[in-house]
Design a binder for this molecule. Structure first.
Ligand code: NA7
Length: 545
């Protein structure tokens, strides 16, 4: 194995450091990947765009940002001492606590010494002659490595729509994932939020509590359901920690790696009153239960879906005082759960405040951003601050925004122009020794993410160990295996309502992006079985050299 001291000089004066592996990203997956590769004895360099660890939880600092997964199912499971030491203060912890947790992990395992911060990767080119990846960052660092592992997350390429006049605005404007690091006082400001997705729902609820005036520009109303969060008192910590093994075992079994799973009965197997009772119970439960713990056929059968959709619509109506505003907030153009269900803690009540206004962009679309605010087809609004909660170029965006080139110099962006094609969501044909942790067509994109991250990272680590033990230098997916995986990915969602609507799952939120289901929709247990089967078969479907 080479070491980081193998610094060579290429070209004129640029030092080019050499590693066994380069990892891109120091979020939850990058940190764990670093930890595991070190265990394997590899020299590793992590390049991280931010100035600190945490990935999603480093960037998304907007007020109200918090887990929608139970905190204790979200943390890492690999270290018993970490599980013992860390107390989550809430069932669904807020961003500052999560960031502190990830910083604690980085310190506990002394991870920072192998991470280069403020180093956004610009390009990664595979060199066939040396069988190495050459990586360049935007600030000019160059390094090469035998293996390249991308750990760039699902939702890390922010999307800001190209609205005419956007550069002219004289006030302050930012995307929700670029929330300023220093405190922002909005208490006397006129604030606009564009968007009504999961991010907007969290931040509107919080901003509304202390703002001069807030105007929300909503294009599509969402089905939002209560998070039902609460504190975890210190006295309850020991009992909770005693259940870790049981909880992680449960997460291994369920479709989305949560503590709850779809009800295998059809919604039509129960009477109307039983159904209502079940819906009411799920409504009061914490987390995604009303979605991912509901009857399975709400995700495939339009009539089944309509029953839960109508239940949620009625709940919305009961919470918003003005019937006209309630109607604007009521989704009628997509199926419940076919878009990511935002979880909320008083979102609908925010619209009962006199200083919160809702603009329906279906009725009056945004025409331009002006020097002083936003102009719709119906009116002009003046603002001090515009917040774009307009989402992300999900799943593939963070990869295709880098210049990643394979063995023939082909770019990943071009290879994926018609939608992502992968093997197991972890490798791409023509890109040897590149592993895409939490990549496209990977269960991690539709999952309680850290549970899938651990599976991904451990699989990649085992694979690299196998290569080393068998003196193999190169691994690359075969076109046949990738083709078959693509078909399998399509097959597992063939009946799903996901395919019938527009969402980031389908890449449909980005103008010009090819419509394709970007995740693996078969659930974690099925995905893990496939991955394990491939490994047990000596990495079948891969060409090993
Ligand atoms: P989402 O869920 O993609 O939401 C983005 C929102 O921005 C959504 O309401 C969009 O409306 C809206 N949007 C996007 N472009 C425009 C334009 N041009 N004009 C008006 N409104 C627009 O992103 P989030 O950040 O909320 O959530 C992403 C994930 O983060 C979430 O799923 C969680 O997993 C965490 P649309 O619905 O497209 O009509």
């Amino acid at each position: 194995m080479s070491s980081p001291d193998d610094t060579t000089t290429q070209g004129s004066h640029d030092p080019v450091e050499s590693f066994d592996a380069i990892v891109i990203g120091a979020g939850i997956s990058g940190l764990y990947q670093l930890y595991k590769l070190r265990e394997l004895g590899l020299s590793v360099r992590v390049f991280e765009a931010g100035s600190g660890v945490g990935g999603t939880w480093y960037w998304n600092r907007y007020p109200g940002a918090r887990f929608d997964s139970e905190s204790y199912t979200y943390g890492y499971s690999f270290s018993a001492s970490l599980l013992r030491e860390w107390d989550w203060s809430e069932h669904f912890s807020a961003q500052p606590e999560t960031l502190r947790y990830l910083e604690y992990v980085a310190d506990k395992f002394d991870l920072r010494r192998d991470i280069q911060f403020n180093a956004r990767v610009r390009s990664a080119h595979y060199q066939a002659s040396t069988n190495r990846w050459e990586v360049t960052t935007e600030n000019g660092t160059r390094a090469h490595a035998h293996y390249l592992i991308t750990a760039v997350g699902v939702l890390s390429a922010p999307y800001t729509p190209d609205i005419p006049g956007i550069a002219a605005f004289q006030g302050r404007a930012w995307h929700s994932s670029n929330w300023p690091h220093s405190p922002v006082d909005l208490s006397a400001q006129r604030v606009a939020v564009i968007g009504a997705g999961a991010t907007a729902v969290q931040l509107i609820t919080e901003v509304a509590k202390n703002v001069g005036h807030l105007t929300v520009f909503q294009r599509t109303a969402n089905f939002c359901v209560p998070l039902n969060n609460g504190p975890i008192p210190p006295a309850e910590q020991p009992a909770l920690k005693a259940r870790y093994d049981e909880m992680f075992a449960r997460c291994r079994e369920t479709y989305g790696a949560f503590l709850y799973d779809f009800d295998r009965r059809s919604i039509f197997d129960v009477t109307a009153s039983e159904r209502t009772e079940i819906f009411e119970r799920l409504w009061l439960e914490p987390g995604f239960g009303l979605w991912l713990g509901n009857f399975h056929d709400i995700m495939t059968d339009e009539n089944a879906n309509e029953l839960i959709a109508e239940f949620v619509r009625q709940k919305i109506g009961e919470r918003v005082t003005d019937p006209e505003i309630a109607e604007r907030l009521t989704p009628r153009d997509h199926f419940f759960g076919s878009k990511r269900v935002p979880l909320e803690s008083g979102y609908y009540e925010a619209y009962n405040r006199p200083n919160v206004q809702l603009v329906d962009l279906r009725a009056s679309p945004i025409e331009a951003i002006t020097r002083t605010g936003i102009k719709t087809s119906a009116a002009e609004f003046d603002f001090d601050v515009i917040i774009f909660a307009t989402g992300f170029d999900a799943v593939t965006g963070a990869l295709t925004r880098m210049d990643i080139r394979g063995e023939e110099g082909q770019s990943l962006k071009e290879v994926w122009a018609d939608g992502p094609r992968t093997y197991l969501g972890l490798q791409v044909v023509g890109f040897p020794n590149l592993f895409t942790v939490v990549g496209a067509q990977n269960a991690a994109n539709f999952c309680n993410v850290p549970r899938c991250i651990e599976q991904n990272v451990e699989w990649v680590t085992d694979c690299l160990r196998y290569l080393r033990n068998h003196q193999l230098q190169r691994i690359q997916a075969t076109p046949e295996a990738a083709e078959e995986w693509g078909l399998h990915c399509k097959e597992v969602v063939a009946n799903s309502l996901f395919l019938k609507i527009n969402s980031w799952f389908m890449g449909a939120n980005i103008p010009g992006k090819k419509r394709a289901f970007l995740a693996y929709g078969g659930g974690l247990p099925r995905y893990r079985d496939k991955c394990e089967e491939v490994a047990a078969g000596g990495y079948s479907g891969f060409q090993l050299e």
